[in-house]
Design a protein around this ligand. Structure first.
Ligand code: COA
Length: 261
């Protein structure tokens, strides 16, 4: 398996941080005809996926996290991709503030301004599974590993998840892993049945605060057990961390569903 510090093992999956070298496997996931329509009105090009893999690679290096690519442990087949990413400090993600505690940490920026200015203390979680691997609980397994990584390794205060209102399978994953429905926001996406994206598509938002997490241990952390010490050592986002800067009023709009996910 990858010797990347962000790699994880769950009971059935090997979760490797996406780097440039995973473009082929990421393509397998995002070119799946039952995956890409949830992200865009058009199938992504191979070049777009290479750029996405490069962004994820850079985010792992500079932000300490981004998505994993998931492989079956027993035969190495590509199952999907998922996990965490930091959220951009833009107007779309700023809509989430109303669902988070009205405390300074909610609007604090991560100290690495590249590859994008991101919130320091809360992250987004998501999943996409190739169609032949659906209905097996893999997305939930990725989701639980992501929550454990957020709270025990990154020291996050909250994790949020957003999906188009009509994406019942993704909403079911959010519920299954213990996230609670918080409300809705509007962002660019495909309204159910439409063929063109709109700026005001409804997205449901689920939230899990650190205190609400049931603390299911990081299933099969790649090296040893859940890393209590790592939570302290590797904490990039806790109170008192130097370099935190408050995020100014948000005006820029970065395409919400696809920029971080
Ligand atoms: C969203 C998505 C990842 C959900 O995949 P999924 O396979 O339905 O979700 P899970 O992997 O958690 O599997 C849950 C199902 O497996 C079943 N299951 C079987 N074995 C299981 C196990 N060991 N553990 C948990 N569930 C198991 C569950 O009962 C459930 O079945 P149900 O749907 O009939 O209720 C998938 O639909 C997808 O990739 N969609 C396209 C991309 C997308 O929309 N992503 C989200 C964008 S925000």
């Amino acid at each position: 398996m990858s010797d990347h510090a962000g790699a994880r093992l769950t009971s059935r999956l090997r979760l490797d941080p996406v780097t440039k070298s995973h473009a082929d496997d990421l393509w397998l996931v995002h070119s799946d005809d039952e995956v890409w329509p949830w992200y865009s009105a058009h199938k992504p090009t191979r070049g777009q996926i290479e750029r996405r893999a490069a962004l994820m690679d850079e985010s792992w290096r500079l932000h300490g996290v981004h998505k994993w690519i998931a492989y079956q442990r027993d035969d190495g087949q590509v199952v999907g991709r998922g996990g965490l990413s930091r959220t951009a400090a833009d107007a779309d993600w700023g809509q989430i503030y109303e669902f988070l505690p009205d405390e300074p940490w909610t609007r604090e920026a991560h100290d690495a301004p590249f590859p994008f200015t991101a919130h320091a203390n809360w992250l987004e979680i998501g999943w996409a599974v190739r169609h032949e691997f659906r209905g097996l609980g893999y997305a939930s397994e990725i989701g639980r590993a992501g929550l454990a990584f957020a709270f025990t390794v990154l020291g996050a205060n909250a994790v949020v998840s957003c999906t188009l209102r009509h994406n019942a399978p993704s909403r079911a994953v959010m519920e299954r892993i213990g996230m609670r429905y918080a409300g809705e926001i509007k962002s660019r996406g495909l309204i159910n049945g439409a063929t063109r994206e709109q700026d005001d598509a409804p997205y449901v938002v689920h939230v899990l605060l650190r205190d609400e997490w049931q603390g299911v241990p990081a299933t099969g952390a790649s090296r040893g057990q859940p890393r209590a010490t790592e939570a302290a050592q590797g904490r990039r986002s806790g109170p008192g961390r130097r370099g935190i800067t408050p995020i100014p009023t948000l005006t820029t709009r970065v395409r919400f569903p696809s920029s971080p996910a």
